[in-house]
Ligand binder design. Structure first.
Ligand SMILES: Cc1cc2nc3c(=O)[nH]c(=O)nc-3n(C[C@H](O)[C@H](O)[C@H](O)COP(=O)(O)OP(=O)(O)OC[C@H]3O[C@@H](n4cnc5c(N)ncnc54)[C@H](O)[C@@H]3O)c2cc1C
Length: 484
């Protein structure tokens, strides 16, 4: 096999394997277990494009999430202009309301056939407290909109996820996080919030005021009311140097404690069917930025799509050989830039994703078992598996609640059936005491979740106080929380 013909150059594999989103990868789920099967691919259902006529005579467009897996036809879509209108709309609504940020969650948090409410018009920075290094932000502001203005005031978000398209309230609702064991999720950086409950009342919370609500609201999956404003703790403006390189899987596991301790941010992408990982570290620097094309439109999709199709055809031992050959072509790379430019990338390959966070000390054994299983069972997947540490917090429904964790995530192309691969990996991730990412795919019931989160019942108590009639529920979150 001529790898050059497959167009596997370093930049594309980097993009695939790492720097970005859950990255690309060649993934093929055909015959997920046991080689090249006939494949039960499941392209997302075609979107209804016309929408329906709303009661006010205006057309209501359908909604779908980033990956297209989740779709719905709301009967009403609203976007209040300010907090007063938000409170009025919620207080007067006779039907259920689900909130939407940027639609980047993979599971069915958002879909509703009733009211879909966006806070995209509640946007921008309200105030900055430079001495305290804190910012007050309207909930619909995207992470991308915060980088430049904070930088101008000498401030940065200390750690970020691998994209910046999320609305701040959406990111916080699911404990969105980056990599690095000294840093918690974005939710853990929140120091205060304003929420509108089901009665349309505005309630403030922080560690000192309504502290139970604060511990529940920092990861609420949109079930406690509309978050209108968020106060966040920041850090001094940061420049970071990113180094990324291919290293043997065994070496990565042997050196994992050293790498996580010695670097500000450390993560890797394990490359299925190979003996390698793609490692990424970030450290603070004073050197001049050299980052270019941060939101490069380069299309790695075709390359990896092609590779996945090759994987469909070749026998298992060839996947290993081809994968190793491709991995060895990847050159190390160093980039320097402002933190918000370095942390977040574009994702031009649409995928579905599942992620579990497990006790940090169990993670090396877990990823080894996942990689061994893929190899032994000849699972046809090329998408790299993402491996990132995060700091413990005290947020009731956070996957990081009271334990330092390592989050491991798996991905699949949107037009391939993710379920057989995700189901197989989920049994392993659960064996190692994993807690699912609140915004990604998983199969846990409310009983299973309640055993993983010691404050689950406290969360349910706060939910009932904020929304006694279940105005903020849809089928998915009702089942998840066990609320009838
Ligand atoms: C390409 C890609 C890369 C990703 N990378 C990462 C990553 O690196 N790390 C990580 O942890 N996750 C990651 N995610 C997951 C993503 O960060 C979360 O799912 C996040 O919640 C999405 O934010 P959103 O603004 O799109 O929210 P949505 O998906 O629109 O909504 C998420 C939840 O927030 C609620 N919500 C939204 N706005 C409000 C509001 N104003 N008040 C109350 N509730 C509200 C919604 O009801 C819903 O329950 C990624 C997802 C994608 C598609």
């Amino acid at each position: 096999m001529n790898l050059n013909k497959m167009n596997i150059d370093r930049r594309k594999l980097v993009k695939l394997a790492g720097a970005s989103l859950a990255t690309a990868g060649l993934g093929s789920a055909l015959g997920v277990i046991g080689g090249c099967g006939d494949g039960a691919s499941e392209p997302p259902a075609p979107a209804p494009t016309k929408g329906v006529m709303g009661k006010n005579g205006k057309r209501v467009l359908p909604w779908s999430n980033w990956s297209g897996l989740q779709r719905c036809q709301p009967s009403l879509r609203v976007a209040p202009a300010d907090e007063a209108e938000l409170a009025q709309m919620i207080g007067q609504s006779k039907q259920a309301i689900r909130f939407v940020g940027s639609g980047h969650s993979f599971n069915a948090l958002v879909p509703t056939d009733q009211t879909l409410m966006s806070l995209a018009r509640l946007r921008g920075i309200e105030s900055i407290d430079k001495p305290a290094k804190q910012v007050n932000v309207w909930a619909g502001t995207t992470l991308a909109e915060l980088g430049e203005p904070l930088w101008k005031d000498g401030l940065s978000i200390a750690n970020m996820p691998d994209i910046d398209r999320q609305a701040l309230a959406g990111a916080i609702a699911t404990s969105t996080h980056g990599a690095g064991e000294s840093f918690g999720s974005l939710s853990s950086m929140v120091t205060g919030m304003r929420l509108v409950n089901a009665e349309g009342e505005v309630i403030e919370c922080s560690a000192d005021k309504n502290s139970d609500l604060f511990n529940a609201a920092r990861t609420s999956m949109g079930t406690l009311g509309a978050v209108s404003q968020i106060k966040m703790q920041l850090t001094d403006a940061l420049k970071l140097k990113r180094r990324q390189w291919i290293m043997p899987f065994e070496e990565a596991l042997e050196r994992v404690d050293e790498l996580r301790a010695d670097n500000r941010n450390f993560e890797f992408f394990a490359l299925p069917h190979t003996d390698y990982v793609f490692a990424i570290v970030h450290n603070e620097t004073d050197e001049d930025p050299n980052i270019e094309n941060r939101y490069s439109e380069e299309d790695s999709y075709e390359t990896f799509r092609m590779m996945s199709e090759v994987y469909d055809w070749v026998p298992g031992f060839m996947r290993h050989r081809l994968g190793n050959m491709a991995a060895r072509t990847v050159e190390p790379e160093t980039e320097i830039g402002r933190a918000f430019e370095i942390f977040s990338n574009t994702r031009d390959i649409r995928n579905n994703e599942m992620e579990y966070s497990l006790p940090a000390e169990l993670a090396p054994a877990c990823i080894r078992e996942m990689m061994d299983t893929i190899r032994k069972e000849n699972i046809n997947i090329v998408f790299p598996i993402e491996y990132r540490y995060a700091k413990a917090d005290n947020i009731w429904l956070s996957p990081f609640y009271q334990r330092t964790t390592c989050s491991i995530s798996v991905h699949q192309f949107i037009d391939r059936d993710h379920r057989p691969y995700f189901d197989r990996m989920e049994t392993i991730l659960r064996k190692y005491e994993g807690r699912p990412h609140p915004g990604k795919l998983h199969s846990l019931s409310h009983k299973e979740l309640s055993l993983l989160y010691p404050r689950f019942n406290d969360f349910l108590r706060i939910r009932k106080e904020m929304d006694p009639q279940g105005k903020f529920l849809n089928d998915f979150v009702s089942k998840l929380l066990g609320v009838v």
